[in-house]
Design a protein around this ligand. Structure first.
Ligand SMILES: NC(=O)c1ccc[n+]([C@@H]2O[C@H](COP(=O)([O-])OP(=O)(O)OC[C@H]3O[C@@H](n4cnc5c(N)ncnc54)[C@H](O)[C@@H]3O)[C@@H](O)[C@H]2O)c1
Length: 468
């Protein structure tokens, strides 16, 4: 099929590349000219494992191209994906200005029937609103105020479909090729048929050169637009709830002397609970959970409902960040003038995404309290330095640890679990233990419960985990 993807961020670029890989002609549109220029040169503006290879292969084979012209993208395509950002406004509401601009632009560019697929996460009811904007754009073009698509039958020019995205940054390509389910919100038989055809290789798990881990068909859920939009918010709210739940349990574990990693193992083996998203730690962040929970809460309030559970989920998450600072204060007492090393800045491993990263939130509090913060991240260091210039970004974990009074693991990158802890300890401030009132070894605060406490202690640290 001829596919247009508007917005070449984490979702758009991955979706575009994967759709090209399964045999479609994909044109990717972005308003940011610099991004398109990079992509045309074969460079990838974001870090996502395997994405550079996939984009380059499909660009070279001619199945994937890039443009800043929404008009060109829409005119060349049968299906049009909207994958622009929907960041939070200060009141928690989703900012839909990019979706609005794109929807009008699509209306102005229509030159025949298209399925317009909303993959951006948008508040309930946005599907109908997008259709209204497309209509307005179409009317404008017919009245000659803009270019004009020359539609013969404008009444049957398009259908709007909701197709929420569930990919995880860091494993986005795998998640796109082998989704747990595909959700389509639409009342149009024609649009549903086209979507099924487009996704047939994924539904049947037939991706060239890749072996599926399961053999059954991927559930293809067809529902109404509103329910599809709600599925996305409910999924993210549930996952955030699961993490806040285990963090609450971790805080109780710490008080009663239990180990939350054992508790999580014990409950996670219950199939009704499941073992994922049960890692206690610094809490959730990133580009989706915080904004989607906030947007869902905003929606509930619009409808006169007080989301008590979601409010608690959010509060527990904020508290985890403050808790980490309190743990450091317990060991170091005054933080002013102390040096804290942070390992990991991205909101999770295998991504460079720093949106609402817990590590940065903790770094900000530490800096405010007068501490010096040195940090290392395998990928996100440069981006973090731009966002937080007071941060001293280092080239290695050892450089970050050099002269530090305490060390915090804030993101569970694989490479941190294989660190030479003795060498890391040797870099720490010689005074950090002896000078402290407790006469203890320097503290390693394992904000993700990544390390083995005995190994950390054997290397000469005081181990401090989260709920263990
Ligand atoms: N990132 C994720 O893991 C993830 C997962 C599921 C769903 N989502 C949702 O998908 C949507 C996109 O998220 P993302 O992380 O890819 O965002 P992003 O910020 O990485 O990418 C958005 C892209 O849209 C472009 N853009 C903005 N306005 C535009 C316009 N008017 N015309 C053309 N391009 C425009 C931007 O330049 C940017 O490249 C959001 O609604 C998000 O909630 C994201």
């Amino acid at each position: 099929m001829k596919v247009c993807v508007i917005g070449t961020g984490y979702v758009g670029l991955v979706s575009g590349a994967c759709l090209a890989e399964i045999g479609n002609d994909v044109i990717c549109v972005d308003a940011e000219a610099a991004k398109i220029a990079l992509l045309e040169r074969g460079e990838i503006p974001i870090f996502e494992p395997g994405l550079d290879e996939l984009v380059n292969m499909n660009s070279l084979s001619g199945r994937m191209r890039f443009t800043t012209s929404l008009w060109e993208g829409v005119q060349a395509s049968d299906v049009v994906f909207i994958t622009v950002g929907t960041p939070p406004l200060p009141n928690g509401e989703a900012d839909l200005s990019a979706v609005e601009e794109v929807a009008r632009g699509i209306g102005q560019s229509l030159n025949g029937y298209k399925v317009i697929i909303n993959k951006s996460t948008v508040p309930v009811g946005s599907g109908d609103w997008v259709a209204l904007l497309v209509n307005e754009g179409m009317l404008q073009s017919r009245l000659g105020r803009v270019g004009g698509g020359g539609l013969a039958d404008p009444d049957h020019a398009y259908d709007v479909v909701s197709n929420p995205e569930f990919l995880r940054e860091g494993s986005a390509i795998h998640d796109t090729f082998f989704p747990d389910r595909i959700v389509i919100g639409s009342q149009s038989e024609r649009a549903i048929r086209i979507m099924r055809e487009l996704y047939a290789p994924l539904i049947e798990r037939r991706v060239p050169g890749r072996l599926p881990s399961e053999s059954h068909e991927v559930p293809f859920i067809v529902t109404d637009l509103t329910s599809a939009e709600m599925i996305k918010y409910a999924a993210n709210a549930f996952l955030a709830t699961k993490i806040s739940f285990v963090n609450e349990i971790a805080n109780v574990c710490e008080r009663v002397g239990a180990d939350v990693t054992q508790v999580a193992l014990g409950i996670g083996l219950d199939r009704r609970i499941g073992n994922q998203f049960l890692n206690a730690g610094l809490g959730w962040g990133g580009s989706c959970f915080p904004k989607d929970v906030a947007a869902l809460m905003h929606i509930t309030k619009d409808y006169g409902y007080d989301p008590e559970l979601l409010t608690a989920v959010q509060n527990v998450n904020q508290r985890q960040r403050a808790l980490v600072v309190q743990k450091l204060q317990r060991h170091l007492k005054v933080l002013k003038g102390k040096t804290i090393a942070i390992l990991g800045l991205a909101f999770k491993p295998n991504t460079d995404d720093l949106r609402d990263a817990p590590a940065l939130a903790v770094a900000r509090i530490l800096l405010k309290l007068g501490a010096r913060v040195k940090a290392f991240d395998p990928i996100a260091g440069k981006g973090a330095a731009r966002l937080l210039p007071e941060l001293c970004v280092c080239e290695s974990p050892f450089e970050a640890a050099r002269g530090a009074d305490a060390l915090l693991i804030a993101t569970e990158w694989d490479e941190f679990s294989a660190l030479d802890l003795v060498a890391l300890r040797a870099e720490m401030s010689p005074h950090s233990g002896a000078m402290s009132r407790l006469q203890e070894n320097p503290v390693l605060l394992d904000g993700r419960n990544l390390l083995n406490p005995s190994e950390v202690r054997a290397a000469g640290f005081t181990y401090q985990g989260m709920g263990r």
